[in-house]
Design a protein around this ligand. Structure first.
Ligand SMILES: Cc1cc2nc3c(=O)[nH]c(=O)nc-3n(C[C@H](O)[C@H](O)[C@H](O)COP(=O)(O)OP(=O)(O)OC[C@H]3O[C@@H](n4cnc5c(N)ncnc54)[C@H](O)[C@@H]3O)c2cc1C
Ligand code: FES
Ligand code: FES
Length: 487
């Protein structure tokens, strides 16, 4: 253990304003399990894998400016070790007993007035999504409840509740007096956000949360087989569903160096432990294809936790960001106690769930170049995700394209990145080569479609047949042409 690592036989967290000490649970117990075991049964379990939102709670995190902000998250995916030192709010904490004169919280009142709850099973989850959005001003869109499912009420009354809250939420942001009247927003200003270092052991599972990169690298040297954990939206599933035992977990979420965004004229470097919701807000407008894919990525509760490093580190063939990053020629920086190296993302994926990452290494950052091919008059870039439903679904095929054109519409540079069609996220390199030098036209696009249909050997599964995937590989490129021509 390193010098600044706090070793403790208990975890503490603040739940609905009260400090709780936990000494009798493995660090991989999910927050949901802890809540329900400790009598906070307002938070419900539906799916246990991040898909339904019944377990939504709000945790205190940082907004794009680094200020305190309530964030909706799925408690079924968060290991209890990850909420040590954090503030957690559940539906019980914002309700009757907690408000002066037994008032309902405005989000609860709105749901009641619009008839937004029938059986009530999903309601605490919706309430907590609305609660977080009420304070961060994102109620005006439906994205705040995209990760919550309701089986009986129907969404109209719930959306009406959200709309009813928009004005109150906006006046809260605009008027300091309103802020003082509301204890949750008044409280926000005084919150301390930096997570403390931690080393907690239970049931032969050690959970480390270093605050310095050097400590994390040192711990990795000591424990070469340790598992790195960032947002736990992938690993949390192993804990929640498969009761996976992790002898040593090293959490990356308290390391500030992994949360930076460095932007120059030449490139953007994104810290690997940046949650996707941060990238969504802080980088909006810089890379349109990234904006588009983030919009369709999971739902808000997941994006508040999921990181870019985790999306690459998991090396899933259906990860949605790798196709976008491949089409933008992104590179990854890997660090270890002995040095660092940078390689193109295209060279990072080695095989099914296999990467170039060696024992002792951490993904430090992802760099996306902004410099485009010399002579380019126009850059076309977009991404597409085909799933069974709009948001909160796994891709059948994801694709991202970048094409640089000169003033005569000649193709100077082409990148076609795909997910869901091979053992790894992959580029259609042979077709990229065929395109360079040709004129950007429907004829050109159609002339490479047969090659695109044959370039990959996708599998058939429950989501889609191999034949369907092959068609998508080719047709999405034509869609790209048509859309770019229309814009
Ligand atoms: C409901 C739900 C919906 C989802 N929807 C989508 C979707 O639409 N698109 C999609 O692509 N994915 C989706 N996912 C999967 C998941 O959210 C993403 O893969 C996410 O980016 C993982 O990031 P994380 O920080 O949570 O990773 P974690 O679960 O913390 O880690 C994942 C893996 O990466 C490794 N890792 C993490 N950080 C690093 C690092 N810095 N260096 C080295 N290794 C590291 C870990 O050791 C682990 O093996 C979804 C998941 C859920 C539960
Ligand atoms: S229980 Fe369904 S998202 Fe957590
Ligand atoms: S009110 Fe019954 S599931 Fe939503």
């Amino acid at each position: 253990m390193t010098s600044t690592q706090i070793s403790t036989d208990q975890l503490t967290l603040t739940l609905n304003g009260s400090l709780r000490r936990i000494a009798d649970l493995p660090p991989t117990t999910t927050l949901l399990e802890y809540l329900r075991q400790s009598g906070h049964v307002g938070t419900k379990e539906g799916c246990g894998d991040g898909d339904c939102g019944a377990c939504t709670v709000a945790i205190l995190g940082k907004d794009a400016q680094g200020q305190p902000q309530y964030q909706a998250v799925n408690s079924c995916l968060i290991p209890i070790g990850a909420v040590a030192g954090r503030e957690v709010m559940t539906a019980e904490g914002i309700g009757n007993g907690q408000r002066p004169n037994g008032q309902l919280h405005p989000v609860q009142a709105a749901m009641m007035e619009t008839g937004g709850s029938q059986c009530g099973y999903c309601t605490p989850g919706f309430i907590m999504s609305l609660f977080a959005a009420y304070y961060d001003g994102s109620l005006s869109d439906d994205i705040c409840i995209e990760g919550n499912l309701c089986r009986c009420t129907g969404y109209l009354p719930i959306r009406k509740a959200a709309q009813r809250l928009v004005e109150a939420s906006a006046s809260l942001a605009a008027t300091p007096e309103a802020t003082l009247d509301d204890r949750f927003s008044a409280d926000l200003a005084h919150k301390i956000l930096d997570l403390p270092a931690l080393s907690y052991t239970h049931s032969q599972q050690q959970f480390y949360r270093p605050t310095e990169l050097s400590e994390a690298l040192h711990l990795l040297q000591q424990h070469p087989d340790a598992t790195l954990v960032a947002g736990a939206t992938d690993l949390g599933l192993e804990m929640s569903w498969h009761r996976q035992h992790y002898p040593v977990l090293i959490s990356l979420e308290a390391i500030q160096a992994l949360q930076q965004i460095e932007q120059t004229d030449a490139a953007v470097e994104l810290g690997a432990a940046l949650p996707l919701s941060q990238i969504e807000t802080r980088l909006r407008g810089v890379f349109p294809s990234l904006d588009e894919m983030l919009h369709w990525f999971a739902a808000r509760q997941v994006r508040n936790r999921a990181t870019i490093g985790g999306n690459i580190g998991t090396a899933s063939p259906i990860g949605d960001l790798p196709p976008v990053l491949l089409a933008l020629d992104a590179s990854v920086k890997l660090v270890s106690a002995t040095g660092e190296r940078e390689l193109l993302l295209a060279d990072f994926f080695k095989g099914y769930r296999q990467t170039e990452l060696k024992s002792g290494e951490i993904i430090y950052s992802v760099t996306i170049p902004k410099v485009i091919t010399p002579g380019t008059a126009e850059r076309l870039s977009q991404s597409y995700k085909i799933g069974k439903r709009g948001t909160d679904d796994i891709s059948i095929v994801a694709a991202a394209f970048t094409v640089d054109l000169d003033a005569e519409q000649k193709i100077l540079h082409a990148r076609l990145g795909y997910g869901g069609v091979a053992a790894t996220p992959i580029r259609a390199v042979a077709v990229e080569d065929m395109l360079v030098g040709q004129t950007w036209s429907l004829d050109t696009v159609r002339s490479v479609k047969p090659a695109l249909q044959e370039i990959f050997k996708p599998l058939s599964d429950l989501r889609g047949s191999a034949a369907y995937r092959k068609l998508l590989v080719a047709n999405l490129f034509e869609k790209f042409f048509v859309e770019m021509s229309a814009s």
